[in-house]
Ligand binder design. Structure first.
Ligand code: EPS
Length: 401
């Protein structure tokens, strides 16, 4: 079983993640992992915090001479902003000597849509900062570090993964537009929103400018595409082994994600079956039953069918509005505008990178279930055996027909 745990506050010293269950012998490319962290910081509409941070992960354990040992891998991502917050975020009971940054007043006006109110009531916090520091999407930097390792395991097993933005606010690609893996993977990493339609992307950035000018925020949608996924990951035999369900939970757990779809997703509900299901045609040259369409997003019955896995996520607008919504002051219970914290106007491209990490992690775990082994070499042998078994059933034999 592959799992990870994160710790850390948005303006604390930094973020920590422990990844447990990786096989031994995985070559770890720290530069590539840090490249994912940089991608998470990008996208049009991010706030000033991203100008302060230049996120990079350092490995503390579980890797020796560039390869995993099989032991837990621990990583840290420091918060550069910590120097500005020590007098507010110190762990000691009193402000330590030499602490830097301002001592900030308690946050008492919860933001609608953030964890502020429910969290303060649940954990009995007077200062909503005790909630928002952990509920902040800053935590997703740690997830991208963990996912970066999982993605390297996927690559070692022949799978690759990418993402692209399909909608910002009410502006989106046509529902019939199928974006291929290669199209999404070819998008420039520094493109403002990583949308395959350049003229739509220009309208999207203008829409973000407009929202910013109005003190408002915007959500949107993205798609993660994984190619090279073998047949047979996940299972239909038990609810918690269905891979579509596991992917949905993982992507829904990303802050602000309100909907997850596989393939056509919600679009499957309003079409007849003939326009939803992917017909099965005799095997192609690769020895795989040919599917002229992939509306199922590579998953049938919670099991991968060898087509690209396609996961769509829908993100709500960020909860901090510079033109704040109505709220209350928790100390007086009087009406008061919601607190304003530094924030982003739109973070959909960043959420797509985080979703790559979460999808990558769940798929790597599903590989462990099907072809798991204590080393990458053993996993490759198991994978070869399962691939051969599938090919034996699906590759046409001369004269057999
Ligand atoms: C984020 C860090 C945060 C926010 C954002 C994402 O930093 P700060 O609060 O210092 O500006 O920019 O978090 C949220 C939008 C949120 O609602 O929590 C990051 O590292 O991605």
């Amino acid at each position: 079983m592959l799992r990870f745990l994160t710790a850390g506050e948005s303006h604390g010293r930094g973020l920590v993640v422990i990844v447990d269950g990786l096989p031994a012998g995985l070559a770890v490319d720290l530069d590539r992992l840090n490249h994912h962290l940089r991608r998470r910081q990008g996208g049009y509409g991010r706030g000033r915090r991203m100008a302060i941070e230049s996120d990079r992960a350092d490995i503390l354990s579980g890797v020796r001479r560039g390869r995993t040992t099989g032991g837990p891998v621990s990583l840290v991502v420091e918060n550069k902003d910590w120097v500005n917050w020590q007098r507010t975020m110190h762990t000691e009971p009193d402000v330590p000597e030499g602490a830097t940054g301002a001592s900030r007043a308690a946050v008492v006006r919860p933001r609608p849509g953030h964890a502020d109110l429910a969290g303060a009531l649940k954990y009995e916090h007077e200062d909503v900062r005790d909630v928002l520091e952990r509920a902040s999407a800053r935590e997703t930097a740690a997830r991208v570090a963990a996912g970066g390792l999982a993605i390297q395991l996927l690559e070692a097993l022949g799978a690759r993964l990418t993402s692209h933005v399909t909608a910002i606010g009410e502006l989106g690609l046509s529902p019939d537009r199928v974006v291929t893996f290669d199209e999404a993977a070819a998008l420039a990493e520094d493109a403002p929103l990583r949308c395959v339609d350049a003229s739509l992307e220009a309208r999207m950035t203008a829409r973000i400018d407009q929202a910013k000018a109005n003190g408002d925020t915007l959500g949107g949608s993205f798609e993660v595409i994984v190619t090279g996924v073998p047949v047979g990951l996940g299972s239909y035999v038990q609810w918690d082994r269905k891979l579509d369900g596991r992917l949905a939970q993982a992507v829904m757990s990303i802050p602000a994600i309100k909907g997850v779809g596989i393939g056509l997703g919600a679009g499957s509900a309003n079409r007849p079956g003939s326009q939803v299901h992917d017909e099965i045609l005799p095997p192609d040259a690769q020895g795989r039953p040919y599917r002229p369409t992939n509306r199922a997003g590579g998953l049938e019955g919670g099991v991968t069918n060898g087509e690209d896995v396609r996961v769509v996520g829908h993100m709500k607008p960020i909860a901090t509005l510079m033109q704040p919504l109505r709220s209350i002051d928790l100390t007086t219970l009087d009406a008061a505008p919601a607190a304003i914290e530094r924030s982003d106007v739109c973070a959909v491209p960043a959420a797509a990178v985080v979703a790559e990490a979460m999808v990558g992690f769940v798929l790597a775990d599903a590989f462990m279930d099907r072809v798991g082994g204590d080393s990458v070499a053993l996993m490759r042998r198991h994978l070869a055996a399962t691939t051969q078994a599938v090919a034996a059933r699906t590759t046409p034999r001369p004269g057999a027909r």
